[in-house]
Design a protein around this ligand. Structure first.
Ligand code: A3P
Length: 324
C-alpha cells in the first residue's frame, strides 16, 4: 500500500516536470516530451506511464507499432482481417465484415488508450509508442512495425492536422511552419527518424520477433506482404486458402479504395465526445506513394532528405523511396 502510494507521488512528480511545447499539433494542445519523444497531450503520457507500470502482455499478443500517418490504418485492417478471416472474410457477407461498421482502429485496442476487456480471440494490440518506451512485458511478444518515407509521412500529417483544425473552426498551421516543426522532431511521437530507428535497430537484433515493413513496399506488392505478415503473426495461409484466393480477398477488403468508400468511413466518427473526436474520413486521403511531390518544393524535399541521410547515417536503413 505504502509503495503504491509512493509510486503515485513519484508518477505525479514525473508528469509535473515534463516539458510542453506547441509543436505540430492542434493550437489548443501542447505536445508533451516523455522519454525523448513528443506526445499529443498529457493524458496520453499519463496513460502511457500507467501502461508501462501495469500492462502485462501475453506471449501470444502481437503488437502493431507505427508512428502516426505511416500506414497504421492499413496495417490494422490487414492484420485484423488475417487473424479473424474464418469469420470475417470466408463468409463474404456485409454483415460479417467489421469494416462496414467501424474504422479498423475500432477493431483492436490501443495500448496507450486502453487495453481492458480484450476479445480473447484477438491477439492484436496497436501502439504508437517508441520501441524504447514499450512496457517491459512486451519484450516476449511479436511486433510488426510499419514506416514510410518521411516526406510522405509529413505531408500526410500536415493534411490530417489541417483538416482536423478546419473541422473545429480553428486556424490550420501553415505548411512552412509545420515543415519546420516536423524537421525539428516536434510532431506526434517525433522525432520521426528516432521512432523508426528504434524499431529498425531492434528488428536487426531480433528479426524473428520484429517484422519491419515499409508502406511503399507493401503498396507495390500487397499480396506478398500480406502473406509475410500472416506467417509472421503465426496465422500463415494454407495452400487451400491460397488456391481459394483468400490472400487476394483480404488485400481487396483492406484496400484504400474499398475502405475509403464505405459509408462508415464517409460519415462516421472516432473518439466521440473526447478531445480527439474526429471524422473517420480523415484517415483516408490519397493513399499514394510520393504524394509529397504535389506539396513540397524541391528545396523542402532536399532539406528533409538531408535530415534523413544524417539521422540514418551508420545504419543500413533506407527510408527514401525511389521509383522503380
Ligand atoms: P495519405 O495522407 O498520404 O493519403 P495512418 O493510418 O498511419 O494514420 O496513415 C494514414 C495514411 O495512410 C494516409 O496517407 C491514408 O490515406 C493512408 N491509408 C489509409 N488507409 C489505407 C489503405 N487501406 N491502404 C493504403 N493507404 C491507406
Amino acid at each position: 500500500m505504502e509503495s503504491k502510494r509512493n509510486q503515485i507521488c513519484n508518477d505525479e512528480d514525473i508528469l509535473s516536470t515534463l516539458e510542453k511545447r506547441a509543436g505540430l499539433n492542434l493550437f489548443n494542445h501542447d505536445l508533451v516530451e516523455y522519454q525523448g519523444f513528443w506526445y499529443p497531450d498529457m493524458a496520453v503520457v499519463t496513460r502511457t506511464l500507467s501502461a508501462q507500470r501495469q500492462f502485462q502482455a501475453q506471449s501470444s499478443d502481437v503488437f502493431l507499432c507505427s508512428a502516426p500517418k505511416t500506414g497504421t490504418t492499413w496495417l490494422k485492417a490487414l492484420s485484423f482481417a488475417i487473424v479473424s478471416r474464418t469469420t470475417v472474410v470466408d463468409d463474404g457477407s456485409t454483415a460479417a465484415n467489421p469494416f462496414h461498421s467501424k474504422l479498423p482502429h475500432g477493431c483492436l485496442p490501443l495500448l496507450e488508450i486502453s487495453v481492458t476487456n480484450r476479445d480473447p480471440n484477438n491477439p492484436l494490440i496497436a501502439t504508437h509508442l517508441p520501441f524504447s518506451s514499450l512496457p517491459e512485458s512486451v519484450s516476449g511478444c511479436r511486433i510488426v512495425y510499419v514506416c514510410r518515407d518521411p516526406k510522405d509521412t509529413f505531408v500526410s500529417m500536415y493534411h490530417f492536422l489541417a483538416k482536423l483544425a478546419t473541422s473545429r473552426n480553428m486556424e490550420p498551421v501553415h505548411l512552412d511552419k509545420a515543415f519546420e516543426l516536423f524537421c525539428n522532431g516536434e510532431s506526434f511521437y517525433g522525432p520521426y527518424w528516432d521512432h523508426v530507428l528504434g524499431y529498425w535497430n531492434a528488428s536487426l537484433e531480433q528479426p524473428d520477433r520484429i517484422l519491419f515493413l515499409k508502406y511503399e513496399e507493401m503498396m507495390e506488392d500487397a499480396c506478398f506482404y500480406t502473406k509475410k505478415l500472416a506467417e509472421f503473426m503465426g496465422y500463415g495461409f494454407t495452400l487451400e486458402e491460397e488456391k481459394k484466393g483468400m490472400v487476394e480477398k483480404i488485400v481487396e477488403m483492406c484496400s484504400f479504395e474499398n475502405l475509403r468508400n464505405l459509408e462508415v468511413n464517409k460519415d462516421g466518427k472516432v473518439g466521440k465526445n473526447g478531445p480527439w473526436e474526429m471524422k473517420n474520413n480523415l484517415f483516408f486521403r490519397e493513399g499514394r506513394i510520393r504524394d509529397w511531390e504535389n506539396h513540397l518544393t524541391p528545396d523542402m524535399a532536399k532539406h528533409m532528405d538531408f535530415i534523413t541521410h544524417s539521422k540514418l547515417s551508420g545504419s543500413d536503413l533506407n527510408l527514401l523511396y525511389h521509383k522503380k
